[in-house]
Ligand binder design. Structure first.
Ligand SMILES: NC(=O)c1ccc[n+]([C@@H]2O[C@H](COP(=O)([O-])OP(=O)(O)OC[C@H]3O[C@@H](n4cnc5c(N)ncnc54)[C@H](OP(=O)(O)O)[C@@H]3O)[C@@H](O)[C@H]2O)c1
Length: 325
């Protein structure tokens, strides 16, 4: 038997329960991973609350983890039992001691990257890879606005942007979070609880505004974000921490300066084995070179996944959070 977190109905953290299950044997093309660390992500909360529907209930939760391959299904050639691996995609169910998933979604960890770092950075780091290197390929010299700059994705973004020579202006809700974002390489920070974000961006950029805005807060920040952009520049809406952006009149993109907008996801970018390997390769290079370090600021036992989610949702966390099976 193995332990896993599951939920039979959507709702608050109380719907998460720790249960015993018999781990499945991997089908052809699948592997079973014994998780040593599991990543906590905001998307897990969207599934728990029902903002994103789970394919069926009861459902497992989580898509990010790292550990050791335990069993390999027929036809799998790039993995064998005993390999140290990580993953950030695939079926819900990473909040577990053991997880069965398509081998194509699993990458081997290179030397020097430990499983905790991998579980704390696969989903968040691959996200930063596609946001900074693909939604628009930043070359250096650009000015960007990044909401939640002291969070899990934000902490990696501050460091990666700095390495690319990009000026990242980060929004945060406290002086402690501002200090953390700046330590990670943010060029400037704005405490949105005290300062007017648009006015501060105008001051910081001498009126030029931003080349790209990365907004994972959603509903509360949509219009502010559009107001921080240069004419004909790009709005990247990639999350819903405050709720989903709804009912948008497309004419607003004209009014705010002939803007472009995209609503991307990791699965839309890491959609082939080749693309996943290329993206993971870039992330591992950033980690191995020390240009990006992952701050695991919170660790919880797997059984306390609900408590961990409560802290993430309540803006009490910084950097990455992992669950330990
Ligand atoms: N599309 C994709 O491919 C993709 C992939 C990964 C993550 N994401 C998104 O990226 C975001 C960050 O994910 P994460 O796991 O790293 O979380 P996180 O940034 O560590 O935590 C969320 C942060 O958002 C800020 N926030 C602002 N308004 C909030 C609200 N109403 N409720 C809660 N938090 C609020 C808080 O920072 P302050 O206190 O500083 O405001 C909070 O700490 C999430 O929206 C997630 O869905 C998207």
């Amino acid at each position: 038997m193995a332990k896993r977190i599951q939920f039979a109905r959507t709702g608050g953290p109380e719907v998460l329960e720790l249960v015993d299950v018999t781990p499945a044997e991997p089908a052809p093309g699948e592997v079973r991973v014994r998780n040593q660390a599991v990543g906590l992500n905001f998307i897990d909360i969207y599934f728990r609350t029902g903002l994103y529907p789970a394919p069926s209930l009861p459902s497992g939760l989580g898509t990010e983890g790292a550990g050791v391959v335990e069993a390999v299904g027929e036809g799998v050639t790039h993995l064998k039992a005993g390999d140290r691996v990580a993953y950030a995609q695939g079926p819900l169910g990473a909040y577990a001691e053991q997880h069965v998933l398509p081998a194509g979604k699993v990458v081997v960890l290179p030397e020097g990257i430990d499983v905790e770092t991998a579980a704390a950075s696969m989903l968040k780091g691959l996200t930063v890879q596609y946001l900074l290197r693909q939604t628009r390929e930043l070359k250096g010299g650009e000015t960007i606005l990044w909401h939640a700059a002291a969070g899990g994705v934000g902490s990696i973004a501050c460091q990666w942007a700095k390495a690319l020579g990009v000026k990242l202006i980060g929004t945060v809700s406290s002086p402690e979070k501002a200090a953390l974002a700046e330590k990670n390489g943010a060029w400037a920070t704005i405490d949105y609880t005290k300062e007017d974000v648009v006015e501060r961006v105008r001051e910081l950029t001498n009126g030029a505004m931003c080349d790209v805005v990365y907004d994972s807060v959603g509903k509360d920040t949509w219009e502010t974000s559009l107001d921080c952009l240069k004419p004909r520049s790009l709005m990247v809406s990639f999350g819903n921490a405050s709720g989903a952006v709804e009912g948008v009149n497309i004419g607003i993109l004209n009014q705010k300066g002939s803007l472009f907008v995209t609503r991307p996801s990791l699965n839309g970018y890491a959609d082939t084995r080749e693309r996943l390997e290329w993206m993971a390769g870039e992330l591992f290079e950033m980690l191995q070179s020390g240009k990006v370090t992952v701050d695991i600021a919170q660790r919880y036992p797997l059984a306390e996944a609900g408590k961990a989610q409560e802290a993430l949702q309540g803006r009490q966390t910084t950097g990455s959070t992992i669950l330990l099976p």
